[in-house]
Ligand binder design. Sequence first.
Ligand SMILES: [Zn+2]
Length: 425
Amino acid sequence: MIIRNVTVLDGQSATPLADAEVVVSDGRFSAVRSSADARPAADEGPVLDARGGYLVPGLWESHTHLGGYAFSKPENERAAYISQLLTDYLDVGVTSVVDLGGPLDVELAARDYRAKAADAAAELFFAGPVFTGIEGWPVLDDPKRAPIARQTDNADTAYRQALELADQVDFIKCIYDGEPGAPDKLPLDALKAIVAAAHEKGKNVLVHVHERIDVEEAVAAGADGIEHAFQPQEPSSTAEARDIAALLAETNTYYCPTLVTWEQLAYNGDAGYLQQLVEGGFATQADLPQITSRPIYGHEFPRHSARDSRIRLDYAMRTLALMHDAGVKITAGSDVAMLMPTPPVALLRELHLLAKAGLPLPAVLAAGTRHSAEKIGQQTGTITVGSVADALLLDADPHTDVAHLIDRSHHVGTLRAGRPSWEEA
Ligand SMILES: [Zn+2]
């Protein structure tokens, strides 16, 4: 298949390729060239004239918990439910979804279910259970939550478990959060052992952190990505952000601030916030009763007060652009969708917040595509020869306004592993 007369923002080079044609074969991009070098289409299948359009890599949701969303469903319906969510993601332009922790059996069943499904859906990558301390986050004292984690206080056990898990999952996730030395915090030597095991198996490790010391120790242990904006000790100064930016840039460690997590935790129960979502096109008035009737609505999240979450959000919003300027590779992930009409909307809101924080729009696009792929070791997320043919076709330039990327009225269609939505529509 050929897409012609399109402007390609390949997710890699700074300058768009105007008046281009993109060739897809066997689910991958096989040529990206200027129309001046166009060839007859006979051997390359159907042609789509996309004049006036912009082709960008398919979006990535690089931090979510589909198993968590499926938790309320009966066990035998969870795989089908996750499969439906992956279809819903594709409907908003998200072609890859990265699950940062959930029960392994549910994730494996969901992948199996997808492999047999006929409809198109976003690709699923998952961590399976996360490594944490004894009764650490997110298990705490709830035995029902045990399948989402491997709780450990011992480096040798952690190493063996990580070796075994790495064969079944796409990457490894650790929670490194809590008082140093407390039993519910993963010991630092266990974190190092897990990273060593994962890297031996060629798998990346993403580490959920709370504050600066967690970031520094996780990076020293060899983490490939840091999950969540850190809680600042001195919110009035940008010094911590500058130090952490220098560290992440120097070690080429990815950074996923999950701004929308802190925003939802900070404004849970605030009717004005829901109105903002409506005004921004993230929800409709008709969605609100469904959102406000959720059990979590207006209730503080365990261990995360609204006040601390607001400090965390405000600080990240204020310092993200300087972290980007320092060379940090930012990734886009939402983590929770507790106040969003649906989980896919949370990623769109995250991209909106990244732009609002002052990231240049090409960096917002990189966060939502290539950087999110690279963070889990996938060399894709670009419109370049050999990359999986996942793309989003827009009717306006996403480098001039983030709304052109996230507002569904600008979405013309998607390509998912070379399969175009416009042929089905
Ligand atoms: Zn998470």
